[in-house]
Design a protein around this ligand. Sequence first.
Ligand SMILES: NC(=[NH2+])NCCC[C@H](N)C(=O)O
Ligand SMILES: [Mn+2]
Ligand SMILES: [Mn+2]
Length: 300
Amino acid sequence: MKQKISIIGVPMDLGQMRRGVDMGPSVIRYAGVVERLEALGYAVEDRGDVKIGRPSTLDVKNDDNLKDLNVVIEANQTLAEEVSKAVAEDAFPLILGGDHSIAIGSLAGVADKVDQLGVIWYDAHGDLNTGETSPSGNIHGMPLAASLGIGHPSLTEIGGYAPKVRPENVVIIGARSLDEGERELIKEKGIKVFTMHEVDRLGMSKVMEQAIEHVTKNTDGVHLSLDLDALDPLYAPGVGTPVIGGPTYRETHLAMEMLAESGIITSAEFVEVNPILDVKNQTAEAAVALIGSLFGEKLL
Ligand SMILES: NC(=[NH2+])NCCC[C@H](N)C(=O)O
Ligand SMILES: [Mn+2]
Ligand SMILES: [Mn+2]
């Protein structure tokens, strides 16, 4: 892994309906992310937060079933530029959310500089909706589809090109809540998914071995998109769309440690931490501990 890490905060909360996730970047910083990474010997540059606009009225669904679309586009466009600057400076972009809609900008920023990008989507959800299939109109349920070039052009074309990733280079881990349209898309595109069924059956260790193999087959960089709601809400209660029955804190640590060992990850984001819904900043602290493992922290 690169020795220089650029942290980019994205205080976005308009991709979903529960206010508070905009404070995610600051509580993750408060939980000591910079210190943790510096202790591991990395040169960390905190580039601060991307500016997020405020619409005059909230919750506005447009005709395409895309809530607060304009602010989401604008923020992701700015984020894409920031991320691509970090990559150009040979730093590892570590993006702190914010709701998961920001993955559109993260991926737009990294995929620009990598020929074939792999993506590990560690999440309770598929985030494979479009305006047509979404039950909610919330854009945080759409970033993976958008990055595959599926959905409204105003989302798929962020960064000025599409798609950012190919379906065969994506792997989803931890899924246990998928909407009808998402299931269809998974089948149609042949996207590799390790649902909780596979995690239970194979164990996290095998799942990660297979996931790493899958995502490195035809790629020259891999982005980790980690939604804290992937973890069982027992360990990460501070999220807006919790789903019971997820991987434990330990299993997720193992996943991060195996990614660290493999050395394949070239950019990452940690999203959906909502301190208003959290218990004593537990979810932000979990995020920082997982970030530590991802960057090679070991007990002995
Ligand atoms: N990033 C997330 N937490 N996404 C949750 C999405 C929930 C649901 N599938 C939707 O489209 O609204
Ligand atoms: Mn999720
Ligand atoms: Mn998500």
